[in-house]
Design a protein around this ligand. Sequence first.
Ligand SMILES: [Fe+2]
Length: 185
Amino acid sequence: MIDRDAALALVKAQNPNPGLLAHGRQTEAVMRALAARLGHDPELWGLTGLLHDLDYPATAATPEQHGLALRSLLPEGALPAVALDAIAAHNDEYTGHAPATAFDYALRAAESVTGIISAAALVRPDKMQGMAAKSIKKKMKDKAFAANVRRANILECDKAGLPLDEFLTLAIAAIASVAAETGLA
Ligand SMILES: [Fe+2]
């Protein structure tokens, strides 16, 4: 499997905008925490989170390729098949790869929850400090807030193995741990 430095270098080589780079790092943090909590491999889940949008810049005009094109951007053996499946399934609306495993559901929930938590942080004076799960639940019910974040994907956290309240608490702590490097401090 690829190591973290090489994975981050690959992501940066695709010229992601700062928001997309932050999204990858936040998704990595949530996935590492989820794997540790649920007894999976934190390195595998974390690097999959970091790399999941690797091909986003390259597929801006071909969204049906997002989540699939990265296979040709990765060195041979960089990620195992289960990770490539999870990445394809995070964009199943376009790729047609339906999520099936805990890993698949975890990536969908993790990459979606970063959107609503970071949007919530940016409108709080204290950003991530003191953020509570119940305030994120309230934001999830406000359809106009961060309207592009797919609430259904977040709610699927229970299929990854964690109920919503616990998932939100874990995700807030994970994103807070990378707040300084992802524009949320
Ligand atoms: Fe993403």
